[in-house]
Design a binder for this molecule. Structure first.
Ligand code: AMP
Ligand code: FE
Ligand code: FE
Ligand code: ZN
Length: 308
């Protein structure tokens, strides 16, 4: 998967000079540690709720000066092989990744998995189950919307999802396309976010089971965007479950929060990850891509934890 190193290095140098051309904005200073070349270890494609196909995402990664990206679609690894091929053309290293929703006590948390064998049959079987459960949840959400006099059709949601794992962002997109709501974020606030009238949970694994599944497939597990709401007791539970690291750099983390989580990582001998959580499209988050990033030595540290 990572053949063609000399070419990749040339690509990285090109990418670096491009990144430095862009100058240091305040946002860039807040976005992560200095150094480079750069990696974005949290991105989405059309295989889940991202707007860009793997080809477009990899090209864009090159254009914004990234030399490595992890594709972390929700419950789907369909983009990985395609992205690896495009990565050879654009000199962008592709880390196989995944974002999973899991339960931690009463809470839902997201985890990121990296470097697992994306052809592992046990993992693929579980992902198929998760995607099926997503579809059933979409049906329940549409029914709830219909009951509050929003006549959205499931077909409109499925059109938005295409080949990807169907998620609430597709419902948001469909509501906007059909003219029921104007704004993406408003959809979550008013209708489908936690606590809103058409919110529905979906089936998901517990954290222990998820860490075991990813470990069996040879990968590493990280807590995604812990933000403001993860308590120390919960962090302790995640660490006890065998989680390998924490996503420190993320658009929802200000500098103080990054420092806090970097401290936790160091205290418990964990690994650090980081990225933009870029989706594109109606989420209107173009500004984060190429900005929330980590030096590629973060990726090398992950690799050496697994392969040395
Ligand atoms: P799902 O996996 O179907 O539950 O959808 C979760 C995705 O919806 C997240 O990865 C975000 O991309 C998006 N999302 C969740 N809550 C919000 C929100 N309040 N505003 C905008 N996007 C959100
Ligand atoms: Fe998403
Ligand atoms: Fe997430
Ligand atoms: Zn994400």
């Amino acid at each position: 998967m990572f053949e063609g190193r000399a070419e990749d290095r040339r690509g990285s140098q090109r990418a670096m000079s491009k990144a430095s051309d862009m100058g240091d904005s305040d946002q860039r200073d807040a976005a992560g540690p200095t150094g480079g070349p750069w990696a974005d270890l949290h991105t989405h494609t059309t295989y889940s709720d991202g707007a860009l196909a793997p080809e477009q995402l990899v090209k864009k990664a090159y254009e914004v000066g990234l030399s490595s990206i992890a594709i972390t679609d929700h419950d789907n690894v369909g983009a990985v092989d395609e992205a690896v091929e495009w990565g050879k053309q654009w000199h962008v290293d592709i880390v196989p990744g995944l974002e999973l929703s899991v339960t931690l006590g009463e809470k839902d948390v997201h985890i990121l998995a990296y470097f697992f064998d994306h052809t592992n049959q046990n993992l693929l079987d579980y992902l198929t189950v998760f995607r099926h459960e997503r579809l059933r949840r979409a049906e329940r959400i549409v029914k709830k919307l219909n009951r509050i006099n929003i006549p959205l059709k499931l077909e409109a949601v499925l059109d938005q999802a295409g080949v990807g794992s169907v998620g609430r962002p597709h419902i948001a997109n469909a509501l906007i396309e059909e003219g029921f709501v104007d704004n993406y974020h408003e959809v979550f606030q008013k209708y489908i976010g936690v606590g809103a009238p058409a919110y529905e949970r979906k089936y998901q694994m517990g954290i222990d089971e998820a860490v075991r599944m990813i470990g069996t497939a040879g990968g590493l597990t990280f807590l995604a965007h812990p933000g403001k709401y993860t308590t120390e007791a919960e962090l302790q539970q995640l660490i006890n479950a065998g989680m390998d690291g924490i996503e420190v750099v993320h658009p929802s983390h200000n500098e103080a929060r990054q420092l806090y989580y970097r401290g936790v990582v160091n205290q418990y001998f964990l690994l650090e990850s980081g990225g933009s959580d870029f989706h594109g499209g109606k989420k209107n988050d173009d500004a984060v891509f190429g900005v929330y990033r980590v030096p590629t030595h973060v990726v090398e540290t992950m690799r050496s934890r697994l392969f040395s």
